[in-house]
Design a protein around this ligand. Structure first.
Ligand code: NAD
Length: 269
């Protein structure tokens, strides 16, 4: 029996919540091995609590990994993606949210030179829900059915709405054949006036240790449909990111998402 060597993974933001969850989820797996753990440049060489060895740095990850998994912060992700692109690899799995449209364009440019999986949510269930929301939005006329996206996350989350909420809003907009930017309604406060026809509204709650709650409500005058997803453990995203890492190594350069990794078909709404 031939055995393929494990995929060597670098973890950016290794000290953070997601970085730690990824390193933990990779333990005991035979298909992947965490080769380099690194965080901010000034952390290199330090051994944070709970770590068995000192942290590495980005140069070690570029040289010694097949793929880097990155859950950090927008500027850190852009810098890392550009470094991977300039070096012609490794591949990248990027889950950082709160990235501006201009910076998303920079990530897309980097993905012209390396294979990259980029998504605001790595869960199977949530990605399935995206397809259902798109189908519902295509079937339910906008003049009768209002769409609202609710999300709740822990008190330390720094961006809103969540990347996942925006993906759900984009799925509803795609089902209706409109651009989310043209119909998005955010941050209602005070005398807002009546709801604009066709608007897709967003509400964000920040409290306690909530890992990730998302609902999409389709509300007509006398009936309501709610799709909802609840993340119970961060390891859910870590497992999805590891699956994406194993999937992306060896692919042609380009930008992929979880629909590609999971083999879901697009445009079926
Ligand atoms: P966190 O603050 O716990 O961790 C971020 C880590 O990145 C920190 O340890 C920080 O020191 C590190 N970092 C900052 N600058 C860096 C740099 N230049 N190089 C390397 N590391 C650097 O945050 P978290 O909860 O782990 O989330 C990280 C990101 O992932 C956020 O944007 C969050 O919204 C997103 N997220 C996405 C998903 C998803 O499924 N796509 C799931 C959970 C979290």
């Amino acid at each position: 029996m031939t055995s393929t060597p494990p995929i060597r993974i670098g973890v950016a933001g290794a000290v953070g919540r997601m970085g730690r969850a990824i390193a933990l989820s990779a333990r005991g797996r035979e298909d992947v091995v965490v080769s380099v753990l690194f965080d901010r440049p000034d952390f290199a060489g330090q051994t944070p609590e709970g770590f068995a060895a000192p942290l590495g740095d980005v140069a070690a990850a570029l040289a010694g990994c097949d793929v880097i998994i990155d859950f950090t912060a927008p500027q850190a992700s852009i810098t890392l993606a550009q470094a991977c692109a300039e070096a012609g690899g490794p591949a990248l799995v990027c889950g950082t949210t709160g990235v501006s449209e201009a910076d998303e364009a920079r990530l897309r440019a980097a993905a012209e030179r390396i294979p990259m999986v980029r998504t605001g949510n790595f869960s199977l269930g949530l990605n399935l829900m995206l397809g259902l929301v798109r189908q519902a939005a295509a079937a339910l006329p906008a003049r009768d059915w209002d769409v609202e996206v609710f999300e709740a996350h822990h008190r330390r989350k720094v961006d809103a709405p969540s990347g996942t909420a925006l993906m759900l809003g984009a799925a509803a907009a795609a089902g209706r054949g409109v651009a989310l930017a043209d119909v998005s309604e955010r941050g209602r406060d005070g005398l807002t006036g009546a709801r604009a026809p066709g608007a897709i509204g967003f509400t964000a709650m920040r409290a306690g240790g909530i890992i990730g709650e998302h609902s999409v409500v389709f509300a007509a005058e006398d009936e309501i449909i709610t799709f909802s997803h609840s993340a119970r453990d961060r390891s859910l995203f870590a497992r999805g990111a590891l699956a994406a890492a194993a999937w992306v190594v060896g692919r042609p350069a380009g930008l992929y998402d979880m629909m590609d990794v999971l083999g879901f078909k697009r445009g079926d709404g």
